[in-house]
Design a protein around this ligand. Structure first.
Ligand code: BGC
Length: 421
């Protein structure tokens, strides 16, 4: 119950921002001979394996339709979301696209670009499959605009125990706060390896959100998005100073690295630690790495008991050319077979309550437990906490700061501006 109350807080701000979109126009007529164009940013590696697993189930469940992939490479959907915006504005939507449940989705709803899929929830029995409170929280003015495929956690550290041991760091150690982690990072750096594998700007924003969670705590972190925490306050200044220190452990060529590259640095032993959402576990597992032996993980120091929540979900855009095919895709996305196959490969956990935890890896089983127990807070970087516009402004301010183009006070002022558009 507590977890669902918390998700409520996560999505509530999004809900109040949404204007009534009026009655939903019917979509285009079914086009069974046309493939179903599905836009995602799962273009390679473990992300593509997750998508492929979902497509495999779709092919079995809906042989009357064929899948057409429209994956646009770029972690966290940075490129895909830009391209999608152009297509939606031009009235040329794909049949369905990947989006994050929460505030990000409200951008599209407010613009009248998504159909209400409530009737499909009835057709597919999804109201019984997802926890009642999750259904309630997905509702906007009584309507539902997406089908969640799975739930990820944003605030995890991934480590290479061999690199840590060689640096004289206890591979089993965890740390009570960001500051308590610095000596271990210093030791890894002194051993000649990258201490913290951070990549291009969105991965820096992912790091930033976890530092804000750690230093502010769950409630004041949430207050950043509901307006009750002052972005100009001293506690945010202290968190930004910790973020700045963490960035000093990052590799110099970070702007060329996306999450598969930084994760690979840890896998290869070129780096000791990385902070990344738990899609990273799928990359370790894809390389046959054994948890506790070849890699280890723990919540970002200071965030034990906090679950940085995000949910990949699929939509039904207004004017989809193959509406029937898109509805069939949503059927597979919401099905227990689809959720099991997809999440097993992807590192996420199913949104359905009837999936069997025994079908998932030991990391995922721990994530299922954490999701049931922890305080759920919305991810900034992955669409749960704010609109795309606010995220873009925070990202731009972060890029300037980490490139040395602004000092900490200027950065903090830019974040305060960005978060209160
Ligand atoms: C998505 C994940 C994806 C990650 C990295 C997140 O925004 O929700 O599915 O693996 O970005 O690309």
């Amino acid at each position: 119950m507590r977890r669902l109350v918390a998700i409520s807080a996560v999505l509530a701000a999004a809900v109040v921002l949404v204007a009534c979109t009026g009655d939903v126009a019917p979509g285009a007529q079914p086009s069974p001979d046309r493939p179903v164009e599905v836009v995602t940013w799962w273009a390679a590696g473990s992300e593509k394996r997750g998508l492929d697993a979902l497509v495999g189930v779709f092919d079995e469940q809906h042989p009357e339709h064929s899948f057409e992939g429209g994956a646009v490479a770029g972690g966290a959907g940075t490129a895909a979301k830009r391209q999608l915006k152009t297509r939606l504005l031009a009235g040329d939507p794909p049949d369905t696209f990947q989006a994050h449940a929460g505030a990000e989705l409200t951008d599209y709803i407010t613009a009248g670009q998504l159909e209400d899929v409530s009737a499909l929830y009835d057709d597919f029995g999804l109201r019984r499959a997802f926890p009642t409170d999750l259904i309630r929280l997905l509702q906007v003015d009584g309507k539902i605009y997406s089908v969640p495929a799975g739930i990820h956690r944003s605030n995890m550290v991934w480590a290479n125990p061999g690199v840590l041991a060689a640096a004289g760091v206890d591979p089993n150690a965890t740390y009570g706060s960001i500051a308590a982690w610095f000596p271990a990072l210093d030791a890894v750096r002194a051993s000649g390896r990258t201490a913290l594998a951070v990549g291009t700007t969105w991965t820096q924003v992912n790091l930033l959100e976890t530092v804000l969670m750690a230093d502010l705590g769950a409630e004041r972190y949430e207050g950043l998005w509901t307006g009750t925490t002052d972005w100009s306050g001293r506690e945010v200044t202290a968190a930004l100073a910790d973020f700045q220190t963490l960035m000093s452990y990052a590799p110099a060529d970070r702007d060329d690295l996306d999450w598969p590259d930084t994760t690979q640095q840890v896998i290869d032993g070129a780096a000791g630690f990385t902070v990344m959402g738990d899609w990273a576990v799928a990359a370790f597992e894809e390389h046959g790495e054994v948890p506790g032996v070849d890699f280890s993980y723990f919540p970002v120091p200071g965030t034990v008991g906090i679950f940085g929540f995000l949910a990949d979900s699929f939509t039904l855009p207004m004017g989809a050319k193959n509406r029937a095919g898109a509805a069939a895709w949503l059927d597979t996305v919401g099905s227990v077979e689809g959720q099991t196959a997809f999440n097993r490969a992807k590192g996420s956990i199913p949104a359905r309550s009837d999936a069997d935890p025994a079908d998932f890896s030991s990391y995922q089983q721990s994530s299922i437990r954490a999701f049931g127990r922890d305080r759920i807070v919305p991810s900034l970087t992955h669409g749960a906490a704010t609109s795309n516009a606010v995220l873009e402004a925070i990202t731009a301010a972060t890029a300037t700061f980490t490139a040395g183009g602004s000092d900490l006070a200027t950065y903090q002022a830019a974040l305060a501006d960005a978060a209160t558009p």
